[in-house]
Design a protein around this ligand. Sequence first.
Ligand SMILES: Nc1ncnc2c1ncn2[C@@H]1O[C@H](COP(=O)(O)OP(=O)(O)OP(=O)(O)O)[C@@H](O)[C@H]1O
Length: 832
Amino acid sequence: MDSNSTVMDLHATKFAGVHKRKCGKYGAAIKDPIKKKKVWLGSFKTAQEASNAYLAKQSEFAAQLEPVKANQDSSKSKSSASATAQLMQKIPSSLLKPQGSNSTNTTSAAERSKANGKNPFIREIRKDPFQEKQGTRSSSDGCNSNTVTTSNTKAKISLHGIRRQKNGKYGAVIRDPISLKRIWLGTFDTVEEASEAYFSYKSEFDKLCQLGNKENKPKDCGQIQHESPVGASSSLDTASVGRKKRHKTTHIIGVHKNKWGKYTSEITNPITKKKIWLGTFHTAEEASRAYQSKKLEFQKLVSAKEPQSTNKQTHSKQHGKKKLVNGKQSHVNCETFQSGQRIDSCEQSHSISMTRNLLGTSLGTAEEAFHAYHQFKEFDFQCSTKAELQSNVLTDSSGGEKKQEGQVDEDLWMGQWVQVPGGSEVKFSVKLGLPIIDNYGSLLGYILIGLALVVVILLCIYRKRKQKQKKKELSLETMKKVAAFDHGSDRITITSMDQSKKGASNSGFSSAAVSSDESNTAISQSLVVLTSPEMNNGLKFENLLKAPAELLGRGKHGSVYKVMCDNPKMTLAVKRIKDWSISGSEFKKRMQKLDQIRHPNVLPAVAFYSSRQEKLLVYEYQNNGSLLQHLHGFQTGQTFHWSSRLSIAAGVADALAFMHQELQHDRIPHGNLKSSNILLNKNMEPCITEYGLMSSAGISTIQNQAQFPSSSNVFPITDENAEALFKADIYAFGVIMLELLTGKVQNNGLNLASWVVSVLREEWTVEVFDRTLIQEGASEERMVNLLQVAVKCVNHSPEARPSINQVALMISTIRDEDDRSIDVSASTSTVI
Ligand SMILES: Nc1ncnc2c1ncn2[C@@H]1O[C@H](COP(=O)(O)OP(=O)(O)OP(=O)(O)O)[C@@H](O)[C@H]1O
């Protein structure tokens, strides 16, 4: 059975003439006092309805009885009646308004009585015929609690609340429906004065009863007695007023009004000592009911745990305590809200009866039960308040309904007013486990929350700064690694790139975008760019930096490293360009342009990287080394035959002719053509590498010195000198051809072109050629032809140098002749 039905059942037993039927409805019956027969009034859904029917009928009977009784008592109360009749003239009609829910019937009775010259309030007090049988102590009508039925037959002859004293005066007494105590109103000379005083007080009490009825469902007087009459006029005696004031600051235990105007309820589990959230409710009554219901559940659990004897002991202790706190009873017994909300009286009566059970005693009267209940509540209130203050964390929510998101959390943070022993209140944050606002209004919790916020903000700032610092460190680390390429030993292995890894993820060569003016801090994010996406296979900068690297050589313009990359699996040659004052955007533009011009004898860059300090170029590593290495035999140790040399010259001439033609408009010559930049691929075909890497500002090759002997090494490219720059490539190619023919290498100690020219001047032409070529039996004629082309290319005057197309054509002719001679000799040998 749920708490509500329990309440109603218990309630039913309190209504006179009402009983609960097997079908669950409530039957009402009353005894007709005239016919002396029991009259069935019907069955009703609620005990209240049944009670109303009963009371209505009862009033009807009372009205019918009035004339009969009046006749019977006329002789005895003649003087009283006349006095009352006078009083009736004085009493305002509002005071004559009959009380209780059965107003219609009572009104008619009052009117009839008035018509008969009889004050309906100066009526006899009689025992309810039906109640008499039941032996109940209920009131005779709905609200008129002061007209307590009694079996005292002497009362029949007395006026309501007015007693004639021995000294001939009239004393007035009224029963306070709130405290259930009789209030002495004083001694009066006349019955009219006494009666007036009585009715004056009575009307006040009646108003309170009516207010109670308006606010809630109809209640009997016993119920209303327990409620705080907030909002009623305060013309009652000072004791009552004082009581009301005290009630204003009292709260229902476990019920709190939140800022949304709703009521929340929570309870402390007496066993686990944890707070349980019971939910949010529209009315305080609902909240209180949930609280009481849960509390009773707990009490049952507790009482089930404790042996009966302990219960009795506890009761006797509490009973003793009851006496001690009796003085406070009137304060405790009315737990009302400031907002005027009240505890459901049904629930109270239920609680009284449950308290009775829980206390394990036979509390004789309803009054005793009521006091015991409130004493019990006070005790519980103190316990729960203590528990609330001790509890820091709200843990158990199983017993409660689902919280309203946000709102409840807010409540838990922002706190709820909790009354602490001593009468003061604190706003208590369950989440913080601290009072937020004490009864002096100090903002304890807010200060703590503020401090916590400051700490959080400081932590955020600290984290951001750390992240920035990390980025910087990463940048520096990357720079160091790059520098290590340059300054390390011949064999450098990069092992620790943790920082690069952290910061350089998702970056690197796979990005097709190229940044312009790069900042060091973003080194691994957008500055490493792959120019040939189809070749990179997901190559990333951090993988490149992580991979073992080996220095291949260091030249004027930087160093080249052989990098064995694991992911993707490929061997790369990374050129770090030194001191190239080209801007990032220009570099990017140039790399993109070069990437578009492809020739089989020109090695394309796989990727490039640019920052303010660094410019890197990544190529596929060529296993067969450079022309320089072949000429000196340190690549294979094998003889470098004439036909191969001629093929290389032809291939380079073709490639150079193509590149010059394509890049003429962009004014991008090779700029640093030399035998170390002619690589041999797996088919031993020549590949020009590092094409277009040097800007005008960086050109400082020996041929340029020859070309511009009077100028410094640094000069800008203009329309006028652009052609000259391409002619410098032809000079450089001339030197390469000389190297192929002589087997000698241009270096700082030898200006090959000058040496060849001087030898030729002496007409010792044969002395020029590489001995291995002579030994090989290479055609002297075609060697001389190639020598003449080379000498033309290394002419001091750029204008005197042939164009690259002419060079390529001449070499091609020589090669054709050579091929033909080979064919002829092959066919001759076949004939022989
Ligand atoms: N892709 C490559 N594969 C194999 N070897 C390479 C590759 N690129 C360059 N090399 C070799 O690396 C060595 C160093 O090259 P580097 O360009 O630093 O020398 P350099 O041309 O003499 O110097 P600089 O270009 O600064 O004047 C050279 O022997 C060159 O042949």
